[in-house]
Design a protein. Structure first.
Length: 206
């Protein structure tokens, strides 16, 4: 828009004083949105990928297409979890889940396996969601469990040692943390032992 020969501004130019402060500052206060990456989402996805692969019903390519990753990436995730499982001494989780289900049934409680893709492992008495963790080996007389998602279950059952010779800890979700450690053969009775060790009866009363 040019300036007229009279040296005056065109009459159709908007009066700047008529613009309110919000209008003038519109766009100036905008800050770039920062996207925070939730690593727990990756953990959930990776565990689901491993479960599907272990079931053997789908190929690497099909699993990758389901999650929007390449078949090479699927294999990397599966390999990573295999190494982690071998290092931690974790036994086949399905075997430990079967053992717990049979234990609950022997006590007169119903126990239904939730399937390998479920957010928890066993449904006890048609209402209690149970998560089963099993560790074969200990470190400095303690067994360590990681990546416990307490919003998925009502009780954690941690098995330590070879099945049939193991120690069991039954822990309510209110006492669980993302990472937990349990003693194997402590020199003196610990608080965790007194509260949780072999306390199967708490499930009957819940």
């Amino acid at each position: 828009m040019g300036v007229s020969g009279s040296g005056q501004l065109p009459a159709d130019l908007p009066d700047r004083s008529a613009l309110d402060a919000p209008t003038l500052s519109k766009g100036l206060d905008k800050k770039p949105k920062v996207k925070y990456h939730d690593s727990s989402m990756d953990d959930d996805r990776d565990e689901e990928i491993v479960r599907l692969y272990d079931e053997g019903k789908e190929t690497l390519k099909k699993i990758g297409e389901r999650f929007g990753v390449s078949k090479q990436r699927v294999w990397q995730i599966v390999s990573k979890y295999r190494i982690k499982r071998r290092k931690s001494g974790l036994e086949n989780p399905r075997e430990s889940e079967k053992w717990v289900a049979n234990k609950l049934r022997s006590m007169g409680m119903s126990a239904e396996h939730n399937g390998y893709n479920g957010s928890y492992d066993i449904l006890c008495k048609k209402k209690l969601r149970i998560e089963v963790k099993h560790c074969l080996h200990s470190h400095n007389n303690y067994a360590h469990f990681h990546n416990i998602r307490k919003y998925n279950f009502d009780f954690l059952i941690a098995l330590i040692g070879k099945l049939g010779e193991h120690t069991s800890y039954i822990v309510p979700v209110s006492e669980c943390y993302r990472c937990m450690s349990f003693p194997i053969n402590p020199k003196s009775t610990t608080r965790k032992q007194r509260k949780y060790r072999e306390k199967w009866w708490v499930l009957k009363g819940s």
